[in-house]
Every structure is written in C-alpha cells, then in structure tokens.
Design a protein around this ligand. Sequence first.
Ligand SMILES: Cc1cc2nc3c(=O)[nH]c(=O)nc-3n(C[C@H](O)[C@H](O)[C@H](O)COP(=O)(O)OP(=O)(O)OC[C@H]3O[C@@H](n4cnc5c(N)ncnc54)[C@H](O)[C@@H]3O)c2cc1C
Length: 503
Amino acid sequence: MILDDQHYDVIIVGTGAGGGTLARKLAPSGKRILLLERGDAMPLEEQNISDVDIFQKQRYHAPEQWYDSDGEPFTPQMKYAIGGNTKIYGAALQRMRERDFETVNHQDGISPEWCLKYGDFEPYYTEAEAMYQVHGQSGADPTDPPRSGGYPYPAVAHNPTIQPVVEGIEQQGYHPYPLPMSLSLREDDPTGDSEVFGVAPALDYGNVTLKTSAKVTSILTNPSGTAARAVQAEVNGQPYLFMADIIVLACGAINSAALLLQSANEKHPHGLANSSDQVGRNLMKIHMSSIVEVTAQPNSGKFPRSVGVNDFYWGSDLFDYPMGHIQNMGGVLQDAIFAESPPVLSLITKFMPNFGLKQLATRSIPWWAMTEVLPDPKNRVEVKGGKLYVHFAVNNAEAHDRLVYRWLDVLKAVEKDSSLFSRSGLHPRGEVPLPVMAYQCGTCRMGTDSTTSVLDVNCRAHELDNLYVVDSSFMPSSPSVGNALTIIANALRVGDHLLERLG
Ligand SMILES: Cc1cc2nc3c(=O)[nH]c(=O)nc-3n(C[C@H](O)[C@H](O)[C@H](O)COP(=O)(O)OP(=O)(O)OC[C@H]3O[C@@H](n4cnc5c(N)ncnc54)[C@H](O)[C@@H]3O)c2cc1C
C-alpha cells in the first residue's frame, strides 16, 4: 500500500455531474482538493460518435459485470471517464417543477416530499444554468417553475426535420417548448458536460489535483466510526491510501451506495452510514419508452434534441395522476440509450426488410416518453460476495402506458394527411432494458430523519461528521424531466455549505 504524502482538505470521488461541478465550485477557495476518478479522459472521436457505430453492442458500457435479482450478469450502460455519464448524456438540462418537491399522489403510490423546496434550489438552478451554458426559452412551458431570470443563452431553433411536427403538435392545442440544452459552443465538442464546465476549469487552479484510473475501493473511518479518515484506491492497479479532512462521494447512485456498503467495519457492520438500513435502497431510474415515427423521406439521423412536451406531466382529462414528460430524441444515430432498445430496431427492420441499418435509422423521428418511478425500498443495490446486485422492478407502469398511448394519439393526429410520414401508420416502440442506467438516483436519500434517510439536508451522512455524497444518490424522488440539472444545482448548494465549513 502506498501512502500519499499529501493531506488534502477535500477528496472528491468521481467527476460526473455532482463531483465535477463541486470541484469547480470549491476550486477558487485555495483549499487542497484531490479528485479521484476511476476512468480516464474520453477521446473526442469516441464522444462524438453519431453514426451506425452507436449501435455497436456494448459501446458505452462499463467494463464490469453487475447482477440482476435472478443472479444473471449484465454490463451496465455507464461511462467511467472524466465527466462521468455527462460525457454521453443528452445534455437536456431541466429544472424540477415546484410540485416535484412536494408530496404527489401517483396512480401507483406516493412521490415523497423533499425536506427542501423549489425556492431553496432556485438560486442554484440559476447558477447551474449559467455554469453549463444552458440554452432555453422561459415561459414556453406552462409547467415551468418560477425563475429569477431568463436563460443565459437563447434556445436553439428546431431542425427542419422536426419543425413541421412541432407545428402539428401546437395545432392540437398542446405546448411544445424548446428543450433547455447545455451547449459548449465548441465545434469539436458541442454538448456541455462536467468535464468541460466542471473539471477542466477547476484544474486551472493549482490547488486542485486530478488522479485518473483511480478506483476507490473503500472508505476508512476513525476507531470510533464517527468520521471518515481516508480513502483506499487502486491507482493504475496499485493500492494507495489518501487522507483528507472532508471526503465527498460522487460516484453515481449505484456506485456510491456500493462503496458505502463495501466499506463496512466494526462500528458500521452493515456498511458506512447504514444503521438505518437505507443505503442502497429506493433506487430509481426513469421509466422510458422510445416511440418512433417512420418518415417517408430520409433525414440525416443526426439532428439535435430540441423539443419537450409537458402537457401530460400532471395527468390529463382522462387520467388524474401524473403521467410524465415527452422529448424528441434527436436523430437516432446520436442517442446512446436508443441504441439499447433492440425491440424498436427489430420491429423497424421487419417493416423495412430491404433497408440497411443506416437507411432505417434515417427514416425515423424518435421520441422519449419518460415517467417517474416511485421510491421502493425493494429496488436496491446490494453487495454480496464481492458482487454488485441491482434489484429493480419498474412501478407506476399504468401511468407510463397511458403516456405512451396518449402520445401515440398526438403523433397520429400530426401524421394524418401529411406526406412526410410513412403510410404504414406504424410506430415501433420499446422500453429501455435494465442495463440502461441513465437517470439512476436514490440509494442514499436526503432527509431530516436519520432512521429513514442516509444524508442530512447538507448531503452529509447522518452518522459521519465529514462524509458527504453529492451525486444523484441524494434524491428522494425522481422527476420525469431528467435529473442532471438538479444534481448539478445540488452540488453547488452543498459547495456553499462546504466553503462555509472550510472557512
Ligand atoms: C446516455 C445517457 C443520456 C442521458 N441524458 C440525460 C439528459 O439529457 N438530461 C439529464 O438530465 N440527464 C441525462 N442523463 C443522466 C445524467 O447523465 C446523470 O443523471 C448524471 O450524469 C449523474 O450524475 P452523477 O454525478 O450522479 O454520476 P455520474 O455522472 O455517473 O458520475 C459518476 C463518476 O464517478 C466515477 N466513479 C464511479 N465509481 C468510482 C469509484 N469507485 N472510484 C472513482 N471514481 C468512480 C465515474 O467514473 C464517474 O465519473 C443521461 C445519462 C445517460 C447515460
């Protein structure tokens, strides 16, 4: 074991939406900050894949196996790299609605109230949108929460492929809005992410150190178990020990929970910070279906995401419960999650047997239907015999089905009498499978009661004075609009707390 000879003020484990953002927030303080990232820099050519290559199986999968409830191994769709999953995300950065922070009755149960409210997050959403250069248009979506200011950059125009569809949706009385997008304005790397807006600017400060290929394997505590003292990591395969006053986990909801569980010691026999037995529980990930419109003419397959629809977010005239969010996917040759939806592709292939993959991909306008999954203690991460198990069963399924069928009705009305669409009237669709880990959250939820939550209101572990978690683990519920902006805003909020604590 090599003992690092530095003593840091803060160690941050993971450089994704939570960790990368926190690093940038803390960097100007002059405190000694160490970032430990198990991945490496992701080459530009790998980031910008937007061709049939994207369908290459396992392209964006982590080089490891996890196990489902039946003990079947699978490789999760995750990116271990500087910037984490934001290196492959869609970059649609949306605020949670005000009501998302409250108790909401869903058809299948309750989405719990947060101990903080939208008003607590608003200043941090504003800071997050500025940091991630979000392009949007305020007031276009009737479900938008109140904002203290406009978006830092104007929304981007819809691509000609999607513009007539947007008009057709509007003609039915719905409210399609420009999807708020993080854009770097760089030609070689157009979408914003936590490397570009978090880690890279943090590294401009001499007090910030980044170690890559550094996989943290456990957190060590003081003998009484009241504080974290060090992290053990494998750096390029070599065991290392790093010490700090404050340790922050930002490994993503599944990996942070696993790290706490596998760091069990005499004082924390069931895993660090886990006397409540809540670590790893209440894993959520948005229930997503892809829905494809088949077009008569080819498009590039590479047009960007640009439109969202929240008219069914809180329900509809026929269904009194929340249903969720709709967004266009952009061209299918750009979406890493769609590439995981084999039922969709095999269906399309059936109807266009003479076309190659590229042709059929370029005759599609794909959509995501996204519905909140409710926290359920049985949906959980477990570590047994050194293996990571993900127990996950989708709930709130009727709300999702209703969203899908309602959206199909909208699309059919758009397509009626239009020469732009195939006459088949078919809409291949498919639900994303378990290995798609996008939008994972929960597992270490924040709350005021240490018997039902893992983290306090500052995202500090109830049981350890100096251990924090700033990735998506903290979320008590999972908004249908996506969670990256909320993770970023929360990291900025926790950053303010840490700056005060560090003095
Ligand atoms: C294909 C895809 C598309 C998406 N599109 C959108 C979107 O359009 N809008 C949206 O809001 N959200 C989107 N998401 C979700 C969003 O990317 C995630 O919610 C967000 O990145 C999670 O942030 P995080 O900080 O929790 O974890 P991550 O961003 O996953 O970061 C975790 C980091 O920790 C590192 N790490 C893990 N374990 C260890 C360890 N033991 N030691 C050291 N380092 C470790 C990882 O390498 C990674 O860098 C998408 C996700 C995917 C996969």
